[in-house]
Design a protein around this ligand. Structure first.
Ligand SMILES: Cc1cc2nc3c(=O)[nH]c(=O)nc-3n(C[C@H](O)[C@H](O)[C@H](O)COP(=O)(O)OP(=O)(O)OC[C@H]3O[C@@H](n4cnc5c(N)ncnc54)[C@H](O)[C@@H]3O)c2cc1C
Length: 378
């Protein structure tokens, strides 16, 4: 078992080597997750001494996501879902559920994921006479597809006694097979994220599989603060664009030109700006000194900034390497497609508007993002 993040460098290298081979419609990054399992990386977010989610050092978790994203955005995406699920278990699980699900990772190497997105035919959980629940409906964008052994899904309850949006963790080997529709996922990029449509119709689960109370999933600030995880993976993508551009320009001796110097300079300070946003956001989250609205607005700012940083880095890279630098089998062509696709995350307009809302609610802007001494977050 590795203890330091840098101990994983050979695994990141190996994932990077596999990324081009995995880039195909309908594919899952099997070899990459074999490596991840062998190195027990799936357990990295769990503190074994207490069998809790390791939230002591948030920046370590975020750096791990960034390194995975730099090696392969699809792998980073799938791992981010795993980490998200474990964090939700930590926040909302009972003591016995935490023990069960964390042990399934530490001893059983189970891969978790979070599938919330759905179309019109979304998932309902109908209560049956025996107290169990029958699922009907589908989820879309289910990263990892049938390679996820513990999908955490949300479902609307249909029961005379309880109502709301319920998180459930499906023990896939104990229930009927979840029907997988690969034809849903024919994207521009992120092909290997295997983000298929999954149909849960006919699956029966028990209340033991429920996580938390109805509507816990959308509780703030936890719901919005999760964006910092996908920002970290995305920033890993921008780092990969910088790295590939640097490598290519050096390999063709185009480093003395002042335009190339200024573009690589801008890419470098943009990536570093992204790192500062991630670490400052992590610091704010860990400090417990900021109210929920402040935290949500700040994370939304980080999200907007990381998106702009990634887009700008891609533009600068395109101008630097030219058309031939974007040819297959060069890595930049794939990383561009993956990053463009992965930057599309839920409600971008709403997250920008929420920052404006927060700013206008303040009496003035003098201490806008300064320390606010409020009671600690739950
Ligand atoms: C690679 C990848 C993997 C993913 N994996 C998962 C996963 O494992 N689990 C999961 O749950 N989800 C997953 N998702 C889905 C993701 O979380 C988002 O839900 C999805 O990317 C948003 O899709 P969209 O861009 O089409 O969004 P939309 O919500 O359709 O947004 C598109 C645009 O429309 C705007 N808009 C939104 N609503 C309105 C409105 N009512 N009126 C006017 N404009 C509006 C938005 O601000 C945005 O500008 C994944 C997505 C990607 C790309």
């Amino acid at each position: 078992m590795f203890s330091n993040h840098s101990d994983f460098d050979p695994i990141f290298h190996c994932i990077k080597q596999h990324a081009a081979l995995s880039d195909a419609d309908g594919n899952f990054p099997t070899d990459e997750f074999k490596e991840i399992r062998q190195s027990e990386l799936l357990s990295f977010p769990i503190k074994r001494s207490s069998m809790t989610f390791n939230s002591d050092n948030l920046i370590n978790n975020l750096n791990l996501l960034k390194s995975l994203g730099r090696a392969s955005l699809p792998v980073g995406r799938i791992f981010e879902g795993h980490m998200n699920a474990l964090q939700l278990v930590n926040i909302y699980g009972t003591a016995s559920q935490k023990k069960r699900w964390f042990e399934e990772v530490t001893s059983g190497q189970k891969l978790f994921g979070v599938w919330n997105t759905q179309d019109q035919d979304g998932v309902f959980a109908h209560e049956r006479a025996d107290g169990n629940f029958l699922l009907k409906g589908s989820k879309t964008f289910c990263s990892g597809g049938d390679q996820i052994q513990r999908p955490l899904i949300t479902a609307e309850l249909k029961s005379p006694s309880i109502k709301g949006w319920q998180m459930c963790i499906i023990p896939t080997e104990k229930v009927a097979a979840i029907k997988q529709d690969k034809s849903f996922w024919q994207p521009l990029g992120m092909r290997a994220s295997a983000s298929f449509r999954m149909d849960f119709t006919g699956i029966i689960i028990s209340k033991e599989d429920f996580l938390g109370a109805p509507n816990d999933y959308y509780k703030q600030p936890h719901f919005s603060s999760g964006a910092i995880r996908f920002c970290s993976v995305q920033l890993g993508g921008a780092e990969a664009v910088l790295e590939e551009t640097h490598h290519l320009l050096k390999s063709i001796s185009r480093t003395e030109d002042p335009f190339q110097k200024s573009r690589i300079a801008e890419m470098s300070f943009l990536v570093e700006t992204g790192n500062l946003w991630i670490s400052q956001t992590a610091h704010k989250l860990e400090s417990g000194q900021y109210g929920s609205e402040h935290i949500i607005a700040y994370i939304n700012m980080a999200r907007c900034m990381i998106e702009e940083i990634c887009l700008r880095c891609m533009t600068l890279s395109e101008r630097s390497v030219g058309a031939r630098g974007l040819l297959r089998p060069g890595n930049l062509e794939r990383i561009h497609r993956d990053l463009i696709t992965y930057l599309r995350q839920p409600a971008p307009d709403a997250s920008l508007v929420s920052i404006g809302d927060f700013v206008f609610k303040q009496p003035d802007t003098r201490k806008l993002w300064a320390v606010q001494m409020v009671s600690k977050l739950p």
